[in-house]
Design a protein around this ligand. Structure first.
Ligand code: XBP
Ligand code: MG
Length: 266
């Protein structure tokens, strides 16, 4: 029985990577006089590394391995990242990042129907608070029974840690929950925690090769602008077009968890 929706943040609630994070990284590099600029293609590659600090260090190692291994490199990364977070939050506060279509609708409907809500993300906790406050109002933080973010867990996505932490805090088995993700690394993390996953692909994840998921859509859809993709509530999967609502999620979840009736994969 579906009792909780567990939401990813970056790419799922909003197109934060392009509208917020990439711009913020590049602004820090310019402010600090660093000869780095991440264009969309480069940033798309770097998104394989989850977590902004980890992404920075990875890119630094690629361009200047000796400097990235020198004493003080970790502090330098932390300093750059702290400034990047401040810039990101300024952008979010200024309204540069908006929720993806259907997100507000589905969150509201899930609350009305008594589902629990949670967040499982690799981004910094302040970024989650800033995004929710700017887009849904500060009271929306209380809609979520659990928010697990950033360095709270030892291993970031695609490891299952952040989802396992949410399940533990909700006190629910994976079969009672559904994860909503946008990317392969996110879906791998949720799958590894035993969750069925709805993927709503984002700008940077359109070509991702996904693990077996419950649904692979291009969004949640809104009336007049349906989502499109495939639903795997039966072994072969089927094309699907529509507006994702709690009724569909319950139906897909039930099929996925029904013994010997369907699989959650392709
Ligand atoms: C995607 C990420 C994040 C952001 C940057 O997270 O990998 O690291 O790109 O955030 P999600 P920080 O799990 O929400 O898709 O710089 O704060 O780490
Ligand atoms: Mg994501």
């Amino acid at each position: 029985m579906l009792r909780a929706l567990i939401w990813d943040v970056d790419g799922t609630l909003a197109e934060t990577e392009e509208e917020g994070h990439r711009q913020a990284f590049n602004q820090v590099f310019a402010e600090q006089g660093l000869p780095w600029h991440w264009d969309e293609a480069r940033y798309g590659e770097l998104l394989a590394i989850t977590g902004g600090k980890e992404r920075l260090l990875h890119a630094w190692r690629q361009t200047d391995p000796a400097a990235a291994a020198a004493p003080g490199a970790a502090q330098r990364v932390a300093h750059l990242h702290a400034r990047k977070t401040a810039i990101y939050l300024e952008r979010v506060d200024a309204g540069a990042v908006v929720l993806r279509p259907g997100v507000h609708r589905l969150l509201s409907q899930a609350r009305q129907q008594g589902l629990l809500l949670a967040i499982a993300t690799t981004t910094t906790p302040a970024n989650v608070q800033g995004l929710l406050s700017a887009t849904l109002g500060p009271a929306s933080l209380s809609w979520f029974n659990c928010i697990a973010a950033g360095d709270e867990v030892a291993r970031k996505k695609p490891a299952p840690d952040v989802y396992q932490r949410v399940l533990q805090q909700l006190g629910l088995p994976a079969d009672d929950c559904l994860a909503i993700e946008d990317s392969a690394v996110g879906a791998e993390s949720a799958c590894a925690a035993g969750l069925a996953v709805l993927v709503t692909r984002s700008r940077y994840s359109r070509a991702d090769a996904l693990p077996p998921v419950l649904a692979d859509l291009d969004g949640l859809g809104e009336p007049g602008a349906p989502a499109r993709g495939q639903v795997f509530d039966r072994p072969a999967g089927q094309p699907w077009q529509g507006v994702v609502d709690v009724g569909w999620l319950r139906q897909w979840q039930a099929a996925a968890t029904a013994p010997a009736q369907a699989t959650t994969g392709r």
